[in-house]
Design a protein. Structure first.
Length: 397
């Protein structure tokens, strides 16, 4: 117990609070139980520690991770109760998905200690509402994405630019781009850097080892995070890694499930289940037509890697620029909007807008005559009419 307190003191003491992620002001910190999900490396732990450091002293708030050896012999409930008796009232609990029985014990903590506040983090693959015990009316659940291009610029030492909604962008993109580029003409160059190595907050720390870190991180997601959540064995882990290896060379990809099944010698239904696992774990993004079911066994119309940085880390050859563009759009716009697969074009946004994504020579041919149709063009600084520069979509959160 004393070791947990000492570790927490050390970690909170060195936690920097000068840059807050987009999600921080969106969280209702008055809630008693808050769950922050997200893929590895996106900054969940940092957000957790920032809150504890800024809102309590070290004698009333404590941070600990459930993958610590301490919890191989001690339960979460008993630990929190003992710390409560010592005066702690705010608990930041990391890696909750690593702990068997997490849902039941969180429910017991919530019900038996009404004056405590609990913030937990977990893999995005974990469906908090499916846990044992009814947490659905107790927990406020949030999902943290990686850095938007707007946030990346803050990490690069630039000012905090305002968020631009998709509705505002479709109306005022020309004026917005002109205003931004007049003050910061280097933005489009920085956008190219962001597409390669700016999505995960540790990009500066990793330096030239960034792609190695991403590969190791994805391996950890598949080998460590998914098995306890979905109760899968090592054979399934190997099959999922093979599936991801195949997809990383093909995405964006309209999947032929039977062909994948034959290539990897995996039953068709199992391919669909594994695609769902990777989608829920924020390794892939699956795009479906609006009329399709969200069931895991419904074939997606198109599959993308979750962000453009993963393309560069996982692909064996230099990625296609078209792949990079579409992956960025799916990731950036999908974070705050509902995306689906349209009859024509690349993306439908909020059942209202249709977008075709391409380079500077892309025409309106494929979406001509469609209402609320736009081109998202790479390689241009400013847009005009229905043509919007791709980099501007990075200011959505």
């Amino acid at each position: 117990m004393h070791s947990l307190e000492k570790i927490s003191e050390r970690l909170l003491a060195v936690t920097e609070t000068d840059i807050r992620r987009y999600l921080y002001p969106e969280i209702n910190f008055d809630a008693r139980l808050i769950v922050i999900t997200g893929c590895r490396g996106v900054g969940k732990t940092t957000l957790l520690k920032q809150y504890l450091k800024e809102n309590s002293n070290t004698k009333t708030a404590i941070y600990f991770s459930l993958d610590h050896l301490y919890f191989s012999k001690n339960t979460l409930l008993e630990t929190v109760e003992e710390l409560y008796d010592r005066g702690y009232r705010r608990f930041g609990i990391d890696e909750v998905h690593k702990y068997e029985g997490w849902s039941r014990e969180l429910k017991n903590i919530y019900d038996s200690l009404p004056d405590v506040k609990v913030l937990v983090t977990s893999s995005s693959a974990l469906d908090v509402m499916e846990g044992v015990g009814d947490l659905s009316r107790r927990a406020d659940v949030y999902n943290l994405k990686g850095l938007s291009f707007r946030e990346f610029l803050i990490f690069e030492g630039m000012e905090s630019f305002p968020v631009i909604s998709i509705d505002e962008l479709t109306v005022n993109h020309t004026e917005i781009a002109q205003e931004l580029l007049t003050k910061h003409p280097e933005l489009t160059k920085k956008f190219k850097n962001y597409l390669r190595n700016g999505y995960y907050p540790f990009y500066k720390e990793a330096g030239r080892k960034y792609n190695d870190r991403l590969q190791a991180m994805i391996n950890q997601v598949i080998e460590v995070d998914l098995p306890p959540i979905f109760n899968i064995d090592y054979s399934s882990v190997r099959q999922i890694k093979k599936l991801l290896g195949l997809l990383s060379e093909l995405v964006p990809y309209s999947p032929n499930i039977q062909k994948i099944s034959d290539q990897l010698n995996i039953p068709r239904q199992r391919v669909l289940v594994f695609l769902d696992y990777l989608d829920r774990a924020d390794v892939l993004n699956a795009l479906k037509a609006p009329q399709k079911s969200d069931s895991a066994l419904t074939k997606p119309d198109k599959v993308f890697l979750e962000n453009s940085n993963l393309i560069h880390a996982l692909a064996m050859t230099e990625p296609n620029t078209g792949t990079e563009r579409e992956t960025f759009f799916m990731n950036a716009v999908g974070a705050k909007n509902t995306l689906s697969f349209p009859v024509r074009g690349d993306f439908m946004v909020n059942d209202k807008y249709v977008f075709e994504v391409g380079g500077k020579n892309k025409s309106m041919h494929q979406i001509y005559g469609m209402p609320n149709a736009f081109l998202a063009k790479d390689g241009i600084d400013e847009g005009y009419g229905s043509t919007i520069p791709l980099w501007l979509f990075g200011f959505g959160y």
